[in-house]
Ligand binder design. Structure first.
Ligand code: TGC
Ligand code: FAD
Length: 390
């Protein structure tokens, strides 16, 4: 049985509105009821649990901040963050599916698409009837997407798309892909590619030890004819995909707190129940130091995420501020997962507890949406004015 109790050491609930708490509690209950009982088996089998799609749509996880007229939940940024926190409390892979659908598929269609594209795709994406993926990374261009070689040519009544994307979450089952590719002048544009277009395939990536409950794959484009109306016209250049990443990275800053809270809560309960040398292990100073540091770091991360949410609501958060929160909170979560696993001793390596799964998942989360190193360099550039990427 899922006994999770969320830590709130600084009474952060007092900073939340009734709507925030209602949205958060609905997501929390859904994770307890529908995710926790099945997620370990899905991860062991390396399968994305598709049966969760309806529930994700039901808690507003697909397009939380997309206006209701397009099928979204019309919520604010803090509600969006809280939903991501609760889902990742269950599993980072399930949160990935929600992040991609919301911030990397619905967001670009909403922001950069035509009214026809919004009406055609957004309501179906919000309800989960249609699933999407986001293709930016290529085999030879990960941290440096500006170097991408996927390209399209204008053939009069259509575009001809060639190239390949790698490490794409949701690719194996997605109905549409948001694909970033260069035109003949080398300018990056976003195209909506639909499953079934001739020459478009999505082979699955196997043998992952991380994010096993999320389906990852490639996107291969072999002379794919893309109708002209599938180009998103309102923004081009690298800033277009990077703008989507701002929204997804913000959600991850909250999501990572969820994973950390679950590891801490599990370790705290175990430390109070497990007896060695005639005493609960939680009575030993070394274990208390670990737990005390965990709750301190979680509390700091919660404050960072909440403040960033307020700035996102005001429209004042910068890309560099979002980058810092993604980096800090994922790093915090992975360190807590490692310490929490040790508190459980041998039991910590089993699937009886969620910690090892979170720990392995977080190895992907610290790498995708910009690696920890790239985010350090983003902060470095922001404070010195000197880019150190090249
Ligand atoms: P740079 O010259 O700095 O910038 C190019 C243009 O982009 C603008 N810009 C941004 N715009 C919006 N949001 C941001 N965060 C932005 N950052 C930069 C910038 O102003 C410029 O605009 P303009 O108009 O002057 O052209 O670009 P650079 O080539 O030097 O690269 C900078 C760098 C390294 C920070 C960037 O390439 C980067 O962030 N790399 C990391 C790549 C990455 O994060 N990939 C993620 C792939 S998607 C993914 O991982 C999904 S996982 C999903 C899941 O399962 O949850
Ligand atoms: P590289 O860029 O080759 O980096 C390798 C190492 O070099 C890293 O440690 C990095 O920090 C370091 N490095 C690189 N450049 C520098 C530098 N200038 N200075 C110092 N160090 C540097 N991408 C998508 O487009 N869509 C998705 O849905 C998606 N989902 C993913 C799901 C999973 C499970 C994973 C693992 C990845 C996913 N990605 C996705 C790809 C992800 O964004 C990339 O893996 C990430 O951006 C890093 O690229 P890379 O793996 O090519 O590593």
């Amino acid at each position: 049985k899922d006994q999770f109790q969320a830590p709130d050491y600084y009474n952060l609930d007092e900073l939340l509105s009734d709507e925030h708490k209602m949205v958060r509690d609905a997501a929390r209950e859904w994770v307890k009821r529908d995710v926790s009982p099945i997620i370990e088996e899905a991860a062991q089998k390396a399968e994305f649990p598709k049966q969760l799609i309806d529930g994700l749509a039901g808690i507003g996880a697909f397009g939380p901040y997309i206006p209701e007229e397009y099928g979204g939940a019309g919520l604010d940024q803090i509600s969006y963050g809280l939903i991501m926190q609760e889902i990742e409390r269950g599993d980072s892979g399930v949160r990935s599916t929600a992040s991609v659908q919301s911030s990397l598929v619905m967001y670009p269609i909403f922001k950069y698409g035509t009214e026809e594209q919004r009406k055609k795709y957004l309501p179906k994406l919000a309800s989960g009837e249609m699933m999407g993926c986001f293709g930016l990374t290529e085999p030879d261009h990960g941290s440096n997407p500006a170097g991408m070689t996927t390209s399209f040519k204008d053939k009069g009544d259509h575009y001809l798309l060639n190239g390949a994307k790698m490490w794409i979450s949701n690719a194996p089952f997605a109905d549409i892909a948001i694909v970033w590719a260069k035109n003949e002048e080398g300018r990056i544009h976003g195209l909506i590619v639909e499953r079934g277009m001739e020459g478009f395939t999505t082979p699955e990536t196997h043998n992952k030890w991380s994010l096993r409950a999320s389906a990852t794959g490639e996107l291969i484009f072999d002379n794919v004819k893309v109708p002209k109306e599938n180009l998103m016209p309102e923004k081009s250049g690298l800033g277009a995909p990077l703008g989507c990443l701002d929204s997804a990275r913000y959600g991850i800053a909250w999501g990572a707190i969820g994973a950390a809270m679950d590891c801490y809560d599990t370790a705290l309960r175990y430390a109070k129940e497990r007896t060695q040398f005639g005493k609960p292990i939680g009575s030993f100073q070394l274990q208390q130091k670990k737990l005390a540091e965990m709750i301190t770091e979680i509390t700091k991360a919660q404050l960072l995420a909440w403040r960033l949410g307020v700035m996102r609501n005001d429209g004042t958060a910068t890309s560099a501020q979002i980058s810092m929160a993604k980096r800090n909170n994922v790093d915090m979560a992975i360190k807590i997962a490692r310490e929490a696993r040790q508190i459980l001793g041998g039991m910590g390596i089993t699937g009886e507890y969620s910690i090892m799964r979170h720990m392995m998942n977080l190895e992907s989360v610290i790498t995708y949406e910009g690696t920890h190193d790239i985010h350090l360099l983003i902060t470095g550039m922001d404070i010195t004015g000197l880019p150190a990427f090249q």
